[in-house]
Design a protein around this ligand. Structure first.
Ligand SMILES: [Cu+2]
Length: 135
């Protein structure tokens, strides 16, 4: 039976359940802060959870959400983002984002940065984001 599964696995490798699209970040300067945005597509039936992001670009990387309290807008750290099955979740300005704190170098328009996203189900996913000014 196991051999059969192994053969099936080779013939039909499992499709990527999580796809990351349109990764971009704001240009910024060394020692400052910036934000990373992308769209997470979950093609699985099951929900998945993004709980950590790693980057060599910044000393600290946090998952943030934006909230409003009366007329005040602020942002705060969250521990994770849940992406329901067969749905997508967009990190975007004024909403959830990945906060890059204490940048180790300048990020100029057009620069590329690599990130590792950690998901509970899908595991590690490497992405490349391009720096561009928000439209
Ligand atoms: Cu933030």
């Amino acid at each position: 039976m196991n051999i059969l599964f192994a053969i099936l696995f080779i013939l039909f490798p499992p499709e990527d359940k999580i796809k990351i699209k349109d990764a971009w970040m704001r240009p910024s300067s060394e020692k400052m802060t910036t934000a990373l945005y992308f769209i997470i597509e979950n093609k699985s039936e099951k929900a998945d959870t993004l709980y950590q992001v790693d980057s060599d670009l910044a000393e600290r990387v946090e998952i943030h959400e934006t909230y409003s309290e009366g007329e005040m807008m602020g942002m705060r750290k969250v521990d994770f983002i849940v992406i329901e099955g067969n749905s997508s979740f967009e990190l975007k300005p004024g909403s959830h984002h990945i906060m890059l704190m204490k940048l180790k170098k300048d990020i100029n328009d057009g620069d590329k940065g690599e990130f590792v996203l950690h998901f509970k189900q899908a595991g590690e996913i490497k992405i490349t984001a391009t720096a561009k000014k928000p439209q």
